[in-house]
Design a protein. Structure first.
Length: 120
């Protein structure tokens, strides 16, 4: 049983953010499972990551890290996020400080939330 049941963040523009997360999550094998007007949920077998417009966006020091199935998935997710309006915070590369096989990339989503895609 997973330790985390779900993660939810508030965004300022649902469609803009949905496009960003579609582009980041599709290369990782995720898909939209729910779209309930004020929010959207993604996952592999079930939704566990949600965005909504129920409250104002409040990006700060949080970071969400999504697992990639390999280096190509990390690169594709990062590239998709950049092309969908994300801001580069660290291109895909080896991060030896986190271990010999740790490879990741960093983005800011359209509301400034810190996103990492990693393998290792």
């Amino acid at each position: 049983m997973p330790v985390i049941h779900h993660v939810s963040i508030d965004v300022s523009d649902l469609e803009r953010s949905a496009g960003f997360y579609d582009a980041v999550l599709a290369p990782l094998g995720w898909r939209r499972h729910t779209d309930f007007g004020l929010g959207i949920g993604w996952g592999i077998e079930r939704p566990w990551f949600f965005i909504s417009t129920r409250e104002p966006a409040r990006a700060g020091s949080e970071r969400v890290c999504f697992a990639g199935a390999g280096l190509a998935a990390v690169k594709a997710a990062w590239k998709g996020g950049i092309e969908a309006g994300g801001t580069d915070e660290g291109s895909p590369s080896q991060k030896a400080e986190y271990g010999p096989s740790y490879y990741s990339a960093y983005l800011l989503d359209p509301d400034g939330y810190r996103i990492e895609i990693a393998v290792g």
